[in-house]
Design a protein around this ligand. Structure first.
Ligand SMILES: *Cc1c(COP(=O)(O)O)cnc(C)c1O
Length: 406
């Protein structure tokens, strides 16, 4: 059955004049977004909402937040889950609870919040380069960036593919550094068969609405360290150790009950969401296989993944620039994205503060100029994937003018 947002079939996109950028009708009548929010189990959410409203317990470590924390900890086989109001606040509280200061090493190829969380805690983010194959921190680059001011490392499990956990831990041990993982992309993902959550000193999740698993806004820190978890619980609630007893200058990082209800509802539907994402990812794999100028990033089939991110890279000999490809996709209402271009170090705050930090980030710059994130999730089905592939196929044919000039 034809989806209501599809204007034409993939068979009718065969030449350049079939593309919307050249005046044809867009392939989709409504935009396909990267990260369209999941709704999970709607009935369950509404049921919880009624309960929350009836109980008048809306926030302050309520029963639904505690239920969600327990379920998420269990899902990741980790002892403690401390839920927060956002992934960024969760990062900041983890950074503060671990007493990081001075300099902390992190990739530049990440969402800007990883760097901001350090800067907001008065810490200098020191950007190290990535491995162009994995898109994750290159341990050799991390080793080179360590100096006497370094107090920690933040590895990012980018696209849900885990960072070089053992190598980073080894560097941390050697230099007595703390190790945090930004696991914002990695809900439910595994590393050598073990779910993320207990690696490093702690791991930080984001539950923002566009993430694979969400609570409208929210986040959490996972750890097996009971003392660290207790400290973070204190910090997220103004430092209250009991009624009228403040023992730490804390902040407000609490998650609301309604957010937790969305979390519980999303958790109930999570297997279905993963299955759908995986099928769509496989459909992309098949549909893009015949296009030589694009490389689809693969997931290790021996690990758990959420398959949320469909990442393609343009190859060196790609006849069309990445940005022009994105432009052509947008014209079709396929809202592909250029994550995380141009890298945190090239964003104004960090470029102005640390202009010298641009050296030695060549893989970061190369990858950030080649990556396209294609839509996955609830807005996609197999037919839509085939249309996206047909657009890319036609868009990537070498233009006549370029052929004659070779
Ligand atoms: C989304 C994200 C964050 C920030 O999380 P919020 O919940 O939006 O504050 C941090 N790091 C990475 C890698 C992210 O993708």
């Amino acid at each position: 059955m034809k989806q209501k947002n599809i204007n034409k079939s993939n068979e009718s996109i065969t030449k350049r004049t079939d593309l919307a950028i050249n005046g044809a009708e867009p392939a989709f009548s409504e935009p396909l977004h990267v990260g369209r929010p999941n709704i999970g189990n709607r009935e369950l959410f509404l049921q919880y909402t009624e309960q929350i409203l009836d109980s008048r317990w809306l926030t302050n470590n309520g029963p639904v937040v505690r239920e969600l924390e327990e379920k998420i900890a269990e899902y990741h086989s980790v002892a403690h889950c401390v839920a927060m109001c956002s992934g960024t606040i969760a990062l900041e509280i983890a950074i503060r609870a671990l007493k990081l200061k001075g300099e902390v090493i992190l990739p530049s190829y990440t969402y800007i919040a990883t760097a901001h969380a350090l800067h907001w805690q008065g810490i200098r983010p020191v950007f190290a380069d990535i491995d162009p194959q994995t898109h994750n921190l290159d341990p050799d680059a991390v080793r080179q960036a360590v100096n006497s001011r370094t107090t920690g490392i933040i590895g990012v499990h980018l696209w849900g593919r885990t960072a070089a956990v053992e190598a980073l831990q080894e560097i941390a041990n050697e230099h007595e550094l703390k190790l945090i993982f930004d696991a914002a992309h990695a809900f439910g993902c595994s590393h050598q068969g073990r779910k993320i959550g207990a690696f490093g000193d702690c791991e930080v999740l984001s539950f923002h609405a566009t993430k694979f698993f969400h609570t409208f806004e929210g986040g959490a820190v996972l750890t097996n360290n009971a003392r660290l978890a207790e400290k973070m619980r204190l910090m997220r609630n103004f430092g209250f150790a009991g009624v009228d007893n403040v023992i730490y200058p804390g902040t407000n990082g609490k998650m609301t009950e309604i957010s937790a209800a969305m979390g519980v509802s999303n958790l109930q539907a999570i297997d279905k969401v993963i299955k759908h994402n995986h099928l769509i990812h496989q459909a992309y794999q098949q549909a893009l296989a015949g296009i030589p100028s694009l490389r689809l990033l693969e997931f290790d089939q021996n690990e758990s993944n959420n398959y949320q991110y469909v990442i393609v890279e343009t190859t060196e000999d790609c006849p069309v620039t990445r940005d022009h490809l994105v432009e052509m996709l947008h014209a079709e209402n396929i809202l592909a994205r250029r994550y995380f271009w141009p890298g945190c170090h090239n964003m104004k705050p960090y470029r102005d503060l640390y202009p010298e930090s641009t050296s030695n980030l060549s893989s970061t710059e190369q990858v950030s100029e080649r990556v396209i994130v294609l839509p996955n999730g609830s807005c996609m089905d197999r037919a839509s994937v085939e249309i996206v592939a047909a657009v890319l196929q036609v868009a990537l044919e070498v233009p006549i003018a370029d052929q004659t000039s070779i």
